[in-house]
Unconditional design. Sequence first.
Length: 255
Amino acid sequence: MSYAIKCLCRLTFILALFGSTVVGQSVWTGNQSTSWSNALNWSAGVPNSTVAAYIHGGTVRHPVVTGAASCLDITVLTTGTLTVNAGGVLSIHRDSQLDGVLLGSGTYKVTGGAYDSFVWSLAGAANLEIAKTGGKTAWITGVLRTTVLTTLTSGVIEFSYSGAFDCDGAFTWTGATAGLSMPPINIAGSASFSANFAPANGVITFDGTTSQSLTSTAAFGPTFYDITVAAAATVQFNAPCFIGRDLLVDGTAVL
C-alpha cells in the first residue's frame, strides 16, 4: 500500500471517529456594500451559528451589523474593522479573536450551548454579554476591554493566567458561575454582582475617576476574594458583601 493511500485511510478513520462535518468559514470581501447580512459581501455566504467569520483589513468596505447576526467563530485581524450599530447584536457561538477596530454601540454576545467558548481578545467594544447555556464554559484567555457595559448572564466563566476584564463602563454579573481561576477585573463604572459570584481567587479593582457604586441582587451579597479601591476612585457600597481576604482602599470607600 502506498504512503498516500495509508494517509487517506488514516484520515478517513479519524473523520469517522470524531465526526466528518467540517465547519465552514466565510471571508469578508465587501464586494457589494457594508452590510453583514448581504451574502454577496462574503466568500461563502453570510456566517451563521455553524459558519465562522473572518475579517481582515484588505477591503475597501468594512462590515456593519445593524440588527441580529450570528457566527460560529469570529476573527477580526488588527488591520480589520467591524461595526455593530446601536440595537445590533452579534451572537458568537464558539470562539472569538477580536483584535481589530471595533466600532458602534451594539453588543457582542458570546452564547450557545453546543460548545465551550474561547475568547482570545476583545480590543475595545462598547458592550459585551456572555450567556453560555447547557453548562458550557466561556474561557477568557486575553484582555477584554469594553467601554459601556459588560454583562455576564449565564454559563461558567473561567480565566487563563493571561485573561482579564478591563471595563471602562459598568459591569454586571447576574447568573454566571465563577470558575476556579479569576484573574483581575478592573471596573471604572458602577458594578452589580449576584450571589453566583463567589470566586476562589482574583482581585476586583475599582479604578474610575467619577463616583462608582457596588450593588447586589442577592439578599446577603456576593463573596469577593480581594477588593481594591484605586487612588482616584470613590466607591459607594450599597449592598452587603463578603470579602474572603483583603480590602485595600487607596481611594475612598463609602460604607
